[in-house]
Design a binder for this molecule. Structure first.
Ligand code: ATP
Length: 243
């Protein structure tokens, strides 16, 4: 096996009850690589992330994390093996920013001093959050909440990061800061699969873009290929088979 492959998906199919949403998805994400999943609403992007994270079970196919078949493993076991999932901007609204992060650090089994050091390390990456550590998370803006979620991810030190709806509803200036963080995680070797509605955002962050339609991957391109063929991305995102 290619030792750089962090996530490998083979023939993944399934959906909800009798409704089949995914039809034989194959993909890989390597160490330090960021892969974006693009496509119109309803093609199955979120369903794929749910299956990868263990929230939903596939009907067929396998999910391999760092060379280990995790298809039958629960979500928590996948987290322990290095998979971290960000879905939306979830946080405990009544808890302060710091307490949200401390709770997240507990499963790592550190004592209180070490927990605070880990939390401070994550906060150091987000100056905007660092000045709001005592505020309830409910008071944060959408962008700040996304930062809080990514700060939690830093604490987990994942090998694989799955992000659903990365920039949805966020101001461009906020997205810019978050992109920088994902680039830093990639530089540290984290493999990232990110669902991104905006192809422009996806092109600025990803090494490869996968385009989905009707539960299958219909095309794969690098940002350079997309820049060299104006209109290709637009046609793919609108759901047209471009090739
Ligand atoms: N809990 C559910 N039960 C039944 N069908 C569902 C459920 N969740 C999603 N679906 C259906 O599965 C299909 C794929 O949805 P999914 O959310 O994965 O698409 P998506 O590409 O992520 O789109 P969006 O960006 O709009 O979320 C859609 O037809 C949707 O209606």
């Amino acid at each position: 096996m290619d030792s750089d492959v962090v996530l490998r998906v083979d023939g993944l199919s399934g959906g909800y009850g009798s409704i089949q949403v995914l039809f034989g998805i194959d993909l890989t994400v390597r160490k330090g690589e960021t892969v974006a999943l693009c496509g119109p609403n309803g093609v199955g992007k979120s369903t794929l992330v749910r299956m990868l994270s263990g929230l939903n079970r596939p009907r067929a196919g396998t999910v391999t994390l760092l060379g280990r078949d995790v298809t039958a493993l629960s979500g928590p076991k996948r987290v322990r093996l290095g998979m971290s999932t960000v879905i939306g901007q979830q946080a405990f609204g009544s808890l302060s920013v710091r307490d949200n992060l401390r709770l997240h650090a507990y499963p790592n089994g550190h004592d209180d001093d070490r927990t605070d050091t880990v939390v401070d390390g994550a906060l150091a990456v987000f100056p905007r959050l660092a000045v709001r550590t005592d505020q309830p998370a409910a008071n944060l803006s959408g962008g700040e909440r996304q930062m809080l979620v990514l700060a939690k991810t830093l604490i987990q030190r994942p090998s694989l990061l799955l992000i659903d709806e990365f920039s949805l509803g966020l101001a461009p200036v906020v997205v810019g800061g978050l992109l920088e963080l994902v680039r830093r995680l990639a530089a540290a070797g984290v493999a990232t699969l990110v669902i991104e509605q905006s192809v422009n955002v996806a092109m600025s962050i990803a090494d490869r873009l996968l385009f989905m339609e009707h539960g299958t991957i219909i095309a794969e391109h690098t940002p350079d290929e997309l820049r060299a063929t104006p209109d290709l991305a637009r046609r793919l995102v609108l759901g047209g088979h471009a090739e």
